[in-house]
Design a binder for this molecule. Structure first.
Ligand code: FRU
Length: 299
């Protein structure tokens, strides 16, 4: 029941090599895993996948590799109906992640390899007609270029009647990426990054981040695993905790954060939910995601 304009997701797509293990491997041992698979991964790429499974119209905008191994990823994007028409290409090998999933807990340990793979630039972005979209979602990455892209969307909003919503997935490099926050409508801030800042709860994280952004604060959302997620409403400055959805089994937590992000975007843009209801829906999508491998069971 997608009625909203398409969502444009800006960021990375990578190959995830996943093994399912009985326990976490000891260093310098040679062992067998229970099972394994590989799939298209990367934050914005996963957000696109889940948004599409939920029924939204989605375009992905990121650097695509022309290498042989990447072809299956392109086929997957096409099969799922994720538009990639504006993506630039490179002959460089794509980034990849080795992911160890432990059976029983569903924990995921990611070792990521990105050998200076090029990122999309503002110049590439500026060729896109923004009138087509109702929402543009960014990964907080490559600050210089991403800030220019966000400013283009802001400029578009200043000169057009229809407002394009801007969201940011903030997971790494606090100092470098912080300046992007004040330019967005929604910022989703990760628990891992909050811990690095010494912030001990989801609500503390929302409040501390808002304090640093002062008057220009966006709505801030901070998912905190099984505790739920906090959200701070920019308009009222009220901060609340939204309970997690606890599934009856935890199988695969890879991409749970990306599924949360997609659930939030879908609930806000397509379902027109208010902030707390959208966070609650995002919790449900993330909670459901971890009950099985991959993403297809979300549909
Ligand atoms: C999960 C994920 C994986 C990818 C990694 C990149 O959130 O997007 O698919 O390998 O993060 O950091």
């Amino acid at each position: 029941m997608a009625t909203a304009k398409p969502v444009l997701c800006v960021g990375c797509t990578v190959i995830d090599f996943v093994t399912i293990n009985e326990s976490f491997p000891k260093e310098d041992t040679d062992r067998r895993c229970r099972d394994g698979f590989w799939q298209r991964g990367g934050n914005a790429s996963n957000v696109s996948t889940v948004l599409r499974l939920l029924g939204a119209d989605v375009e992905f905008f990121g650097m695509l590799s022309q290498s042989d191994g990447f072809r299956v990823l392109l086929q997957d994007l096409e099969r799922r109906g994720i538009d990639v028409q504006h993506c630039p290409t490179t002959d460089k090998d794509p980034p990849f992640s080795s992911v160890i999933i432990v059976q029983g807990t569903g924990s995921r340990t990611i070792v990521h390899c990105n050998k200076n793979y090029p990122y999309v630039t503002w110049e590439d972005f500026s060729k896109i007609d923004l009138n087509r979209y109702g929402w543009v979602h960014f990964e907080a990455r490559n600050a210089n270029e991403t800030i220019k892209m966000i400013r283009s969307v802001q400029e578009h909003n200043r000169t057009h009647n229809e407002h394009i919503t801007i969201s940011l997935d903030f997971e790494t490099l606090y100092e470098q990426n912080l300046p992007m926050c004040a330019l967005c409508d929604y910022v989703v801030f990760s628990k891992e990054l909050a811990n690095q800042q010494g912030w001990r709860t989801a609500q503390e994280t929302c409040k501390e981040l808002a304090r640093r952004l002062e008057s220009k604060s966006p709505c801030i959302i901070c998912p905190w695993g099984s505790t739920g997620a906090a959200c701070l409403d920019a308009a009222s400055n009220g901060c609340s905790m939204v309970a997690a959805y606890s599934p009856d089994r935890i199988v695969d937590t890879l991409g749970a954060g990306d599924s949360f992000m997609a659930g939030f975007i879908y609930a806000t843009s397509v379902m027109q939910n208010n902030l707390k209801d959208a966070v609650s829906f995002a919790n449900r999508v993330a909670g459901h995601k971890i009950t099985d491998y991959g993403y297809d069971h979300i549909a």
